[in-house]
Design a protein around this ligand. Structure first.
Ligand code: SF4
Length: 456
């Protein structure tokens, strides 16, 4: 039985896409291996949003060539955003690479790999020298309906939580972001298909779903009508809420554009919606927001957060902030710090701006030095960490409902789960009995970023 190794560098959406690919290989009779040295096919799925993920993936692909020496039939492939943006260039850079698959072609990964592998194995029987010749594939074309192909999950024992991809692409053109080029235009899946997938997950024991989209709250705006003043996204939330067995709903990531009263109101009448949103702010300076081509003012972002906090009083908000964007003055940076302080985020991913090729911001005047960017990065991290630690300390002594996700990755003798506010809690208990169950915990202490509790 051939073996496939799939490695993912990037975001939750990439993780979800990889899961779909792995599922197709299992259906095709392959087994999955975590050991590259024994794999017959090695696929790397990579995000391009951050330079770090790209560099890691490129470095890894270079190192993996070593397996060809002993196993000349191994098929190598790149998938995802970086494959989409770099295309043929990757084939020229890595002579051992066989396959480059764009973001609308995940569903073809199995067919391509299997065909190359079979051809190679057959050829090898006659002449080993033939095994390495020709047959490379670069498929990065658009494909209508590709958003509907990310829909199958891996059957896992005791899985509490799952990602559900509800759309692909983005119509915004933030000047720092490469996603509109790599993921294409917004395309939503039909509600009934998404609900079918959520029902299947519930039947497998999944209790929490996280709906994924580049701008998740704009789901379906071009395909489906508003009904009773509700956006297609709110209609979808209501439909997922109806699914028996699903006890928690999350979504990521929303954008201030299209974050309207109907979505805010949904948090008052849909109790399965978790008390957490990850809501990217990017900057607290209107001048920088404009340069980023983020079509909202800081005041608007703050107003949405405050309306959300009023709708759900225990709401946790986390965010993304970019520091050191081209042209960012000390005053602009301080505006971001002030917004973070005012909104008291529960946590934030702080990104030190790094130019991404083929994006407008990469060519903007006013690029800042690495030392200035690093100073601002450290200063912002200090603020963010102080707020996060204080928020976690405030949880000590409280009782929280946690969805048990199973043994902790860092200490398998303990269990882990998340509160509705998405805070990780470690506790002791019986994995077989508690995984996938909502349990009440007393929060005993915190190390700053992780909470520790005991079953009540
Ligand atoms: S909203 Fe902006 S940052 Fe988000 S995916 Fe679209 S272009 Fe990129």
């Amino acid at each position: 039985m051939p073996k496939v190794h799939v490695r993912t560098y990037g975001c939750q959406m990439n993780e979800r896409d990889s899961e779909q690919v792995v599922r197709m290989f299992i259906e095709g009779g392959y087994t999955v291996t975590a050991d590259e040295a024994e794999a017959d096919a090695i696929l790397i799925n990579t995000c391009s949003v951050r330079d770090q993920a790209e560099q890691k993936a490129l470095g890894k692909m270079g190192l993996l060539a070593v397996h060809r020496r002993h196993r000349p039939h191994v098929v190598y492939g790149f998938m995802g955003c970086m494959a989409q943006s770099r295309g043929e260039e990757l084939l020229a850079r890595f002579p051992h690479l066989d396959l480059v698959l764009g973001t609308q072609k995940y569903h073809k990964a199995f067919d391509y790999v299997d065909a190359i592998l079979n051809r190679r194995l057959e050829a090898r029987m006659d002449d080993p020298a033939l095994s390495l010749k020709g047959g490379t594939v670069c498929d990065i074309a658009e494909e209508e309906g590709s958003q509907n192909t990310i829909r199958d999950h891996l059957p896992k024992a005791l899985q509490a939580t799952a990602f559900v991809s509800i759309m692909q692409g983005c119509n915004m053109r933030c000047t720092f972001c490469i996603v509109p080029d790599t993921r294409g235009r917004e395309r939503g899946r039909p509600i009934r298909e998404i609900i079918g997938e959520v029902r299947q997950l519930a039947a497998l024991g999944v209790r929490e779903v996280t709906l994924l989209g580049q701008i998740v709250n704009l789901y379906g705006r071009n395909e489906f009508p508003r009904l009773d003043g509700k956006s297609p996204f709110v209609q979808l939330l209501e439909a997922v809420h109806e699914v028996e067995g699903i006890e928690r709903i999350r979504f990521t990531s929303p954008h201030p554009i299209g974050y309207r009263a109907d979505l805010i109101r949904a948090f008052t009448y849909l109790p399965k919606l978790c008390s957490h949103i990850h809501f990217p702010m990017q900057s607290g300076s209107d001048r920088i927001l404009e340069a980023m081509r983020r079509p909202y003012k800081s005041a608007k972002f703050i107003a949405i957060c405050e309306a959300m906090q009023a709708a759900r009083t225990d709401l946790a908000i986390t965010t993304d902030v970019i520091v050191g964007f081209p042209g960012e003055t000390e005053e602009d940076f301080q505006a971001s710090v002030a917004a973070v302080e005012r909104l008291q985020f529960d946590n934030a991913f702080v990104f030190r701006y790094s130019p991404r090729r083929d994006t407008p911001a990469a060519g903007m005047a006013g690029q800042l030095s690495e030392s200035v960017k690093e100073l601002r990065n450290q200063a912002m991290l200090e603020v963010v960490n102080r707020l996060a630690i204080a928020k976690n300390q405030a949880q000590v002594g409280t009782r929280q409902q946690v969805l048990c996700e199973g043994p902790s990755k860092t200490n398998s003798a303990r269990l882990t789960g998340r509160t509705s506010q998405n805070k990780i809690v470690v506790f002791e208990g019986d994995a077989a009995r508690l995984t996938g169950r909502l349990v009440d915990l007393h929060i005993d202490h915190t190390t700053g970023f992780t909470l520790y509790g005991t079953l009540v």
